[in-house]
Design a protein around this ligand. Structure first.
Ligand code: SF4
Ligand code: MG
Length: 326
């Protein structure tokens, strides 16, 4: 299958200002050189603990943030440095569904206006009636009642608010949607409803998803392939099955070991990581995981492993699997 997105050596650093003159005294290396592709029609899960850079990566890919370095190719076009009208035009094709649907919905607009706004902005020629019809169809499609149209976001439950956010994201008929922790603010009972809705919509609207989550069990439910991030780095990338059944990176192994297994007899011993995640403003030398890695060797503090394909489709950044090092 064709790629819809190609990410090459992407870096997003935030400057740290300090001192009397507010000079740049350092950088938070939120995303520190990641490369991967997303295929048309697939769901790519991006997982990692909070602060690992997954949200920053998502925002950079949609060009809500400016990358520090690297390349983003979307649907065959290099969008790394797009600005102004060209970027605005491209924005129709990629949308974001946010974690907190309430904060991202304007409390002064009714639901009809919230969902209509992107259509009005991008399709100036459409009549009021046309737009209303489109919006009503969208609300229906995401499972909201017809009377939702005239109500305000605060009148809805969290799950329904997320449906409003999804309807709005779909309004311009995008090709690619980044969902950043779209269910982590919702009750567990509602989570699977929203996830199922997203999966249904994927088929109907021909969507490609980048699904960002800290919770591996949520990503498992959704993803074709999964990328695992640690401290701004992509440490493992493989299809869903391989990540769960034969994780290679010691960090992924620890994450997987923390998921409760439905069959207690099958449960492997939990790997508990020592220490805290180091600061992305001062990441460790060598392998970013070496300060916490149960398998670390002496050279791990010197050699920075790169993501390499060690089996078909299974990539890992760890010297244990790197024949050039061993
Ligand atoms: Fe652990 Fe070394 Fe592999 Fe890093 S390179 S994950 S420290 S074994
Ligand atoms: Mg986040």
């Amino acid at each position: 299958k064709e790629n819809i997105l190609e990410v090459k050596n992407l870096k997003t650093y935030y400057p740290i200002k300090g001192g009397f003159f507010r000079r740049t005294v350092g950088h938070v290396k939120a995303v520190d050189d990641i490369s991967f592709n997303i295929k048309k029609g697939e769901t790519f899960g991006l997982v990692g603990e909070s602060g690992c850079g997954k949200s920053t990566a998502g925002r950079t890919l949609l060009r809500l943030l400016k990358p520090t370095d690297g390349e983003i190719i979307f649907d065959g076009e290099n969008i790394t440095n797009l600005v102004g009208n060209k970027l605005r035009k491209k924005r129709q094709d990629f949308q974001m569904v946010f974690q907190d649907p309430y904060a991202s919905l304007n409390p002064m607009q009714n639901v009809g206006e919230i969902v209509a706004e992107p259509i009005r902005n991008y399709h100036k020629g459409k009549s009021k009636k046309e737009i209303e019809e489109e919006v009503r169809n969208l609300l229906n499609r995401v499972g909201l009642p017809q009377d939702a149209y005239d109500k305000y976001a605060h009148e809805f439950s969290g799950g329904q608010r997320q449906r409003i956010g999804i309807a709005r994201a779909l309004a311009l008929n995008p090709k690619f949607i980044i969902a950043d922790e779209p269910v982590s603010a919702l009750d567990v009972s509602v989570q699977s409803q929203v996830l199922n809705l997203l999966m249904d919509l994927q088929d109907d609207f021909d969507l490609t998803y980048l699904f960002i989550a800290h919770d591996l069990s949520v990503v498992k439910h959704m993803s074709d392939r999964i990328g695992v991030m640690y401290l701004g780095n992509l440490v493992e990338l493989a299809d869903n099955e391989s990540i769960y059944n034969e994780p290679l990176h010691p960090y992924t192994q620890a994450l997987i070991s923390a998921i409760p297994h439905p069959d207690p007899k099958m449960k492997k011993e939990r790997i508990v990581l020592e220490g805290d995640v180091p600061s992305p403003s001062n990441p460790p030398s060598g392998c970013p995981f070496h300060t916490r890695c149960p398998m670390a060797k002496e050279e791990c503090s010197e050699i920075r492993p790169t993501l390499k394909e060690v089996k078909t489709g299974h990539h890992v950044a760890c010297i244990l699997y790197d024949e050039d090092v061993n």
